[in-house]
Design a protein around this ligand. Structure first.
Ligand code: SF4
Ligand code: SF4
Length: 433
């Protein structure tokens, strides 16, 4: 097993200051019929159908919600193919040939500021559901469910921390589109009738602070604050961010909404801006491709449904092609290892990190306790590992509080014996189901 979190510590921060490159016209896009949250899906189009950009082409069904899915280009449906989803599962995708015309579906239309001012919380639910907006920081949690919250919300907290090392998609979103981030946050404020927006960013990013501060002069009187939080991992875990950024301690098992706080990622509020202003689903997203295994690390603006293979080619391909590579889709700490590079960029793919493989050998546990001290959720990773090895479902379910594990990767990263403890945590979560 490759200890990816340990390898990632050795690569440089490569892309933070690089401007975003647009690669938005692939010849084909691939739209998943199901995903990790929605195990069932129904597709409304067949081979030969013409589709428009933003047209609903099917419906995904999860255990407690539904999501329409959309074509992200205009063109023609040319097939149904199996490809790897970011969840690592082989999944059926609709293949659409891009006619490069970007002909928009009739449902995409601009709202005036007066129309937006009259929108109610129920309208926000409807719009974000129809636009299928989800948490774009990687959570993929449906945004309309957040807008259905009945708890009174006092503070809209925007997560601009992007705490996993080496990622820069959100960084570039703030640097290049601060207005969308701020305006989207103010739309959320309107929906919840909240009192303030707090945008949390890492202390060390002076460029983000300066950009947001300058942009805020265009919103006189807007109740938006910028809070600079710690530079450590996992500062972007919402419980940690709320504690540092707002001074509120959220007890285990309690939703932040119960304490009057609603959290959105920066890319999600930029997506909210587009949904409210243009009634437009998410067609494109920022994506970082980095690591010491590719020639030109790059920040991209990509069409949802683009093949990762194409994106790697845009970066000039692999360095040292004779060496095995480790591919991580998502952040280095919480992302998933890919076994092949023909995955598809979905709405929740923030990044891919490609490294030359440096195999590490696990050694026996020396009971140093590092994994326990480093766990932000206060768990006992070493005991979770033992329980998984013993198939002790009772302990996993009832004593070890595996539900509180956020799969942050810290236990693997700090383990003296290079044991991939987070994988045991992942298995424990499955056993506890
Ligand atoms: S992966 Fe889970 S057990 Fe390991 S440090 Fe993170 S929260 Fe704790
Ligand atoms: S950090 Fe690794 S070696 Fe140390 S107690 Fe945890 S599992 Fe054992």
């Amino acid at each position: 097993m490759i200890a990816k979190t340990r390898q990632i510590a050795n690569i440089r921060r490569l892309t933070n200051s690089l401007p975003t490159v647009r690669y938005v016209n692939p010849e084909y896009v691939y739209i998943a019929i199901t995903n990790a949250r929605c195990g069932q899906g129904e597709c409304y189009v067949k081979v030969g159908d013409k589709v428009k950009m933003g047209q609903v082409i099917g419906l995904r069904k999860g255990p407690f919600f539904e999501q329409p899915f959309h074509s992200t280009v205009s063109g023609e449906v040319v097939g149904f193919v199996k490809k790897f989803h970011r969840s690592g599962k082989l999944t059926e995708f609709v293949q659409i040939k891009n006619d490069m015309q970007d002909t928009e579906d009739e449902s995409i239309k601009e709202r005036t500021d007066e129309e937006i001012a009259k929108l109610t919380r129920e309208d926000f639910v409807e719009i974000t559901k129809n636009c299928s907006l989800v948490g774009l920081g990687g959570s993929s949690f449906p945004t309309y469910i957040k807008f259905q919250t009945t708890d009174p919300i006092d503070t809209i907290c925007i997560n601009g921390v992007e705490c996993e090392p080496y990622l820069s998609a959100d960084h570039r979103m703030i640097m290049e589109h601060p207005r969308r981030v701020i305006q989207g946050s103010l739309y959320a404020l309107q929906a919840f009738k909240a009192k303030r927006v707090v945008i949390c960013i890492k202390k060390k990013y002076q460029d983000l602070y300066d950009t947001l501060t300058a942009e805020l002069t265009q919103f006189p009187g807007a109740p938006v604050e910028i809070h600079r939080v710690g530079n450590y991992y996992p500062q972007g875990w919402e419980i940690e961010m709320i504690k540092t950024g707002l001074g509120i301690k959220v007890p285990a098992g309690v939703l932040p909404a119960k304490l009057g706080v609603m959290v959105f990622n920066v890319s999600t509020v930029a997506g909210l801006w587009r949904a409210i202003k243009r009634n437009q689903p998410v067609m494109k997203r920022n994506f970082t491709l980095t690591g010491d295994g590719i020639k030109t690390p790059t920040n991209f603006r990509l069409r949802i449904g683009t093949s990762l293979t194409e994106v790697i080619a845009q970066c000039g391909g692999y360095i040292n092609e004779d060496k095995n590579k480790v591919l991580i889709l998502g952040g280095p700490m919480m992302g998933a290892n890919l076994v092949r590079d023909d995955a598809v960029i979905t709405k929740t793919c923030t990044s891919c990190i490609i490294l030359d493989e440096k195999p590490e050998v696990e050694e026996p546990c020396v009971r140093c306790g590092s994994c326990v001290y480093s766990c932000p959720a206060g768990l006992q990773p070493v005991q979770i590992m033992q329980a998984v090895k013993n198939n002790d479902k009772d302990s996993i379910k009832n004593k070890l509080n595996i539900k509180s594990c956020i799969l942050c990767g810290m236990c693997s990263y700090t383990c003296t014996s290079k044991i991939h403890l987070t994988e045991y945590c992942r298995k424990a979560k499955k056993l506890a189901m």
